[in-house]
Design a protein around this ligand. Sequence first.
Ligand SMILES: Cc1cc2nc3c(=O)[nH]c(=O)nc-3n(C[C@H](O)[C@H](O)[C@H](O)COP(=O)(O)OP(=O)(O)OC[C@H]3O[C@@H](n4cnc5c(N)ncnc54)[C@H](O)[C@@H]3O)c2cc1C
Length: 415
Amino acid sequence: MSITTQQQPSPSVDRLRATVAGAVLTPGDAGFDTELTGFNLASTPAASIVVGATCADDVAAAVRYAAFHGLRVGVRATGHGASPEGAGQLIVTTSRMTDVAVDPESRTARASAGARWRDVVAATAPHGLTGRVGSSSSVGVVGYTLGGGLSPLGREFGYAADHVRALEVVTADGAVRTVDTDSDPDLFWALRGGRDGLGIVTAIEFGLVELSQIYGGGMFFAGDSARDVLHAWRRWAPALPAEAGTSVAITRLPPDPDLPPPLQGQVVAHLRYTHTGDPDVADALLAPMRTSGRILLDGVGVMPVAALDAVHMDPPGPLPASDRGAALTALPAEAVDAILAVAGPDVPSPLAIVEIRLLGGALRRPHGTDNAVTGRDAAFAVTAIGVCAGPLGDQVDKDLRAVTDAVAPGPPGRY
Ligand SMILES: Cc1cc2nc3c(=O)[nH]c(=O)nc-3n(C[C@H](O)[C@H](O)[C@H](O)COP(=O)(O)OP(=O)(O)OC[C@H]3O[C@@H](n4cnc5c(N)ncnc54)[C@H](O)[C@@H]3O)c2cc1C
């Protein structure tokens, strides 16, 4: 959010402290660094003031204060999304605002700004309902949804942004507004998919679907099968029905004793699969992939939707990471070969995950009113994630660019 008011001398933080119920911290205060440390250690922003908001009024007071003193405002919930916040900013943290309420009758949830998907899952699962949760339930609901929100279930149920019913937002003038199709259609359109620079969302209301169980999970293949598995996936995935979701990734797993022994320290091809229909049908559809390579671990079967994290097995973090993405209208064999050339098991690489996700289905069209989600005509999304540490850490940006340039030259997509 950009505030244009002229800068005033010596902001009086004490006045802000008196107004805000939550914490107001400046560099050197106990807890200042912790407040800004989130999942991604490579994207900890510099700030001159941090406001740990507890409610919409705290957010509004922080925004008004920033406007008066000419400070740019940033916002973060969990620190999962890299955000180029500069020094001299006021950052609002929303991690204290975790309330979630579910109305099973109208199949609607309302989540406060700092709620993570796991908070929503805990509230919806007892009702046999789910939202469009992403690959990791530790991600924040608001940041994820405002960015579009690509769920493993998205081919059947659409982007999370497509199912937002209303947003409570603090805009740059410091007012708390409820924004929906009637009250402010333009801002409502832009926030759903446009994410940055439009205001601080303090609560979000969104639709749920009835679903408590899926057939799904992850299947890990040995690195020496990666080429066969990726090419088999390229031919297999596009023919799947919309109730099936899938991605495949080259994953460099750490020598973590908490991982199953066959996976520790391995470079693997990781097939992810979800199917919301009949488990027998889902199993039969998956059969060709089960014979596409040497399986180290097959974790696919009937599972509660509340356990969806097991499909992608994203790193629990925190870690210093950088990512880059690309959207593809087709996945030619050359694109798979290019990914293998940069990040395949035979190449030393700092890229922990290079993933190809199948898009299409309900992701192609907005549900109800249109919104700012882009790339609906894409058939695949490629996302590369590098760990900016260790002997190859300096190579991350070059390798990220090499992956996306090889598959889709042009500006990167956002994950
Ligand atoms: C392990 C992992 C798995 C992921 N899986 C998926 C996935 O499956 N599908 C997918 O689509 N994305 C996925 N993402 C990307 C994720 O959705 C984005 O990074 C998202 O922005 C994270 O939001 P956050 O609030 O958790 O992170 P934060 O870093 O706290 O916030 C990121 C940005 O979101 C915006 N934001 C956060 N809160 C607010 C607010 N209250 N008001 C306005 N703007 C706000 C701000 O621009 C902020 O800079 C994943 C990321 C990681 C690290």
